[in-house]
Every structure is written in C-alpha cells, then in structure tokens.
Design a protein around this ligand. Structure first.
Ligand code: WQD
Length: 337
C-alpha cells in the first residue's frame, strides 16, 4: 500500500517509515521540519534501499495538504505530526491547540475528500492523566493534565466521533509510553532540538560530553529506589506496533485503541545503570527536587495489543540503552553534521 506518514522525519516517524518500507509499503512523508531534519529520511533510504517521497508541508496549511493527496493516491495514513513537549504546552497552550488540532482537522478533512479513511494516530499514555490505577488499561476513563496531553485526548475524541458517525472509517488510536533506543545500525535515532526534556536522550548527551551531568528529578518517591517508574519501549518495537495496527484496521472498520508498552516499570536509576553498562563507564548525576507534574509510577497493561495485533515488545532496557548509545556515539551532534 501507499502510506502517508505525517511527521515522518521525526524520531518515531522515521523508524516507522523504515518498518513500513521493510514490510513492502511505499511511503509518502509530510513534515514541516520544525523539530526534525530531512537527513533522517536520507538515512532511512540508505537502510531500506527505498526512497520515501517527501513534502515539506505544514498540516495547518490545508491547501498544501490537499495538493499532496491530489498528486498521489494514498491508501492509509499514520499521523505523528504534532508538537509534543509537555512543559512547552503549559507555557504556550494556544500554539499547541492550534498546531495539533487544526493540523489534524485539516488532515482528516482532506482524507475524507479523497476517500482515504484509514488512519493510525500517535496518541500517548499521557491521556490517562493522574487518577487511574496502574497498569493503565485502554477502557479506562482518560483525562490528561496538561495542554499537550489534552490535544492528544481531543484528537482521540474527534476520531472516535468520526468513526461513530461514519462507518467507512478505519481508525487505530495508539497510546505509547516512553519510547527510547534507536535502530541497531546507529544511523537513525532521537535528535531533540535544544535541551532534551526526556530522560534517555539527556543521559545520552551527558555520556557523549554535551551535558555536564544528569539531574535525577526526585529520589524520595514511594518506589523501590525512590525514583520514578516508567514503561520504556524500544522505538523499533514501537514502529512495528504501528505496522501491526495498520494491517489490523486495513481489514476492519471502526475505532480501536491499544497501549503500546512493555507492561513493566523501570526506575530512573535502573535506566541510568543500564546506560552506564552500554557506555562502559559511570555517568555523572545528581539527585535533585521533583519535577512538577511527574507521576511516581505508571506502565501499560499490554495484553490487548498482544491479543488483537499479535504484537508485544521484544527488546530489553539494556538493548534500548545499547542502541541509543550507538546512535549518540556515532552522531554526537545528532543529524546536524
Ligand atoms: C521519565 C522519568 C522524570 C529527565 C514524557 C511525556 C509523555 C511522553 C513521554 C509524549 C521521569 C525523569 C527525566 C531528566 C529525570 N511524551 N527525568 N531527569 O515524563 O514519563 O513522559 O515523555 O507523548 O507525554 O510526559 O518521560 O523521559 O521526561 O521522564 O530524572 O533530565 O525520568 O522525572 O521520572 P515522562 P521523561
């Protein structure tokens, strides 16, 4: 099939483009490059031997999105494009609502006009908010506690309402947990702009000498070692989960939602130790105060994706850290040469 991947030059997007090409699909990518580099697609082509069609397009420009669909017949869409920094979304909510919601509405309106009604949406565990018991289960009430998470929740609602109103739609909502790692080749990986918000890219930048030390945000939580527990998932496993969801909804109409996670929690210090093992030397850190908004612990109930998609995570935290380190060591400045 010909699959349109929005946000396909990004971290998860580029790994998913590679998995799609390896599964025999042709890929068209839309990305505005606001938080990524086209170099990632050049490397994906090097790995897969296939070049994805690329359009430097912002989803908020509906006419530009229309031109992409008019130019080539698309069979299905995987929708990653969106702003995704929780802290920034609290400081600039309007920017997040406009970019994430208007961009998505433009995309699905153009899809509908072109009779393209199969979409896999990149949602997030953040929609579960702070009141659900762990492990998180798909049927739970959701309620994000930040503007970024609310845009994900609202897009899930938009797609759920669309699927309920029009039975021609094939819709998968994927709630992922904490993506880390990189393709084992070390040629593609996570390349955050500015200071990384997330744990593993920050550790990787300390290890490669770009940052002085890791600040561990809180060592006094009610967890085995006092640091927060999260469900880390290898980005290649995550990409394969998108291909599995795409295949599932290709056969069925309706709205489906799945957690993509390992079903296990790992602590900040456990991840740090694992990364030190990959690097082969200690990584400087300091335990500081808690970060506002952090939950002590959450992880996925991953049984639905296994039952429906025959998909589960295959890689360990050690493998995630080894692969992330290989990418960072080989690309100390990310994609910018
Ligand atoms: C993990 C743990 C931090 C950085 C976020 C978003 C979520 C999703 C995934 C998009 C926490 C600790 C982190 C650091 C630290 N993104 N930490 N020092 O917060 O679980 O989830 O990314 O969908 O929406 O909220 O991930 O990697 O930021 O933090 O101690 O420099 O690492 O306190 O306990 P998080 P994270």
């Amino acid at each position: 099939m010909k699959i349109l991947v929005t946000g396909g030059t990004g971290y998860i997007g580029s790994h998913t483009v590679l998995s799609l090409q390896e599964a025999g699909h042709d890929v068209v990518v839309i990305d505005n490059l606001v938080n990524s580099s086209e170099e990632s697609l050049r490397r994906v082509a090097e790995l897969s031997g296939k070049t994805a069609e690329f359009h430097n397009v912002d989803l908020v420009d509906e006419a530009a999105v229309e031109r992409v669909f008019a130019a080539s017949p698309i069979d299905a869409v995987i929708h990653f494009a969106g702003l995704k920094a929780v802290g920034e979304s609290v400081r600039e909510p309007l920017k997040y609502y406009h970019n994430n919601l208007v961009g998505t509405l433009n995309l699905i309106r153009v899809m509908d006009r072109h009779d393209v009604r199969s979409i896999v949406f990149s949602s997030s565990a953040t929609v579960y908010g702070e009141h659900n018991p762990i492990p998180y289960v798909e049927k739970m009430e959701i309620g994000a506690n930040n503007p970024y998470g609310r845009t994900k929740e609202q897009i899930e609602d938009i797609l759920s309402d669309l699927g309920a109103a029009d039975s021609r739609w094939h819709i998968a909502l994927l709630r992922y947990f904490n993506p880390v790692g990189a393709h084992p080749s070390g040629r593609i990986g996570e390349d955050p702009q500015g200071i990384p918000n997330n744990l593993v890219p920050f550790i990787a930048q300390v290890a490669v000498g770009r940052r002085e030390k890791l600040m561990v945000f809180g060592g006094d939580y009610d967890t085995p070692d006092g640091t927060c527990l999260r469900d880390y998932i290898h980005v290649v496993d995550l990409a394969e989960g998108h291909v599995a969801a795409l295949n599932y909804v290709a056969e069925r109409t309706g709205v489906f939602r799945w957690n993509l996670g390992s079903g296990k929690g790992s602590s900040v210090l456990e991840v740090l130790r694992s990364f030190e093992k990959a690097v082969g030397q200690p990584i400087p850190y300091e335990i500081t105060g808690r970060r506002a908004g952090d939950l002590p612990a959450f992880w996925a109930d991953a049984t639905s994706a296994l039952a429906d998609l025959s998909w589960s995570t295959t890689k360990t935290v050690d493998q995630m850290c080894e692969d992330h380190w290989r990418w960072q060591k080989n690309n100390p400045q990310g994609y910018t040469a």
